[in-house]
Write a protein that binds this ligand. Structure first.
Ligand code: GUN
Length: 289
């Protein structure tokens, strides 16, 4: 999955989806039903419409029963909570994902807390966050899972390595830091208030960038031979055209990194692959109880 020093997330995601499909087939033979993933979209945020359709389509492609529930932008919090309650009780539903961001009149925390932790395939419920930080089995957020698989595929030795995570979000920064720690890396979480960010990043053997700042990380921020995972997806205008770039200035950093993920085609495809994987994990765990 390494082309030169570029980590091909698209090819690796395809391999992960094949592994998931095999587990889906085994689940169906054993339990006589397909694992189910229900995705809820509230409103019409253009990016969210595309993301949720892709999730539904990817689920179906591996044999998961994928359903997209599209609710009007004016849906109340109480109505959304009722929908979640229905899905929590439905035995054929293994995974529930509420697409973020939610409209402003809905309290995101109350909604995420309402999802059955056993069906929380995003791994955003505080029960799952707590289990992860205690090093106990749980549903783990999809993007961090994808980052770790990319590192495994690049044969990166994490034990004792200096890992710097740029960004402290609940979705990526904090969980990926936990996973790196479980693999015995020495982990530093950096953020917008960190002093001398370039100097800190230069200490990294593994650098995970998840801050949402277009091309923040430059060549002179990166130690020669470091492995760089770019989680950023930033839309910028270049020569009159809208393009996607990461948090890392790819063309520069590719010259010094031992391995680097591109944007697009790096972490992005891995996130959806691990959503499918989490759905099968949830289905298997639920079937065992
Ligand atoms: N919006 C952007 N990324 C994500 C994600 O991973 N999960 C959910 N639920 N919403 C998102």
């Amino acid at each position: 999955m390494l082309n030169g020093n570029v980590l091909d997330g698209k090819a690796l995601a395809s391999k992960v989806r094949t592994e998931v499909k095999e587990r889906v087939d085994a689940f169906i033979s054993r339990h006589g039903r397909a694992p189910g993933l229900d995705v809820i979209l509230v409103g019409e945020n253009a990016a969210s419409v595309v993301y949720t359709r892709n999730k539904e389509k990817a689920a179906k492609e591996v044999g998961i029963r994928g359903v997209l529930h599209t609710l009007a932008g004016a849906t109340t919090e109480a109505e959304l909570l009722k929908k979640i309650d229905q899905l929590n009780r439905d035995p054929n539903v293994d995974g529930i994902l509420v697409q973020l961001p939610l409209p402003k009149h809905i309290n995101e925390m109350r909604v995420l807390d309402a999802i059955d932790p056993g069906k929380d395939v995003d791994g955003f419920h505080p029960i799952n966050a707590g289990l992860l930080s205690s090093g106990r089995p749980s549903l783990v957020p999809c993007t961090p899972m994808g980052c770790m698989r990319l590192l495994a595929e690049a044969d990166v030795s994490l034990e004792g390595a200096n890992a710097v995570v740029l960004g402290r979000s609940n979705i990526v920064g904090k969980p990926v830091a936990q996973l790196l720690l479980h693999k015995h890396a020495t982990v530093t979480i950096a953020h917008s208030r960190t002093r001398d960010l370039p100097a800190l990043c230069r200490t990294a053997d593994v650098l995970v960038a998840a801050v949402g700042r277009a091309e923040l990380v430059r060549r002179d921020w990166v130690k020669a031979g470091a492995v760089v995972i770019d989680v950023g997806i930033n839309r910028v205008v270049r020569e009159g055209k809208s393009v996607l770039v990461g948090d890392v200035l790819f063309e520069e950093v590719k010259e010094v990194a031992r391995a680097i993920t591109p944007v697009p085609g790096g972490v992005g495809p891995m996130t959806i692959a691990y959503l499918l994987s989490n759905t099968v994990d949830a289905a298997v765990a639920r079937a065992a109880t």
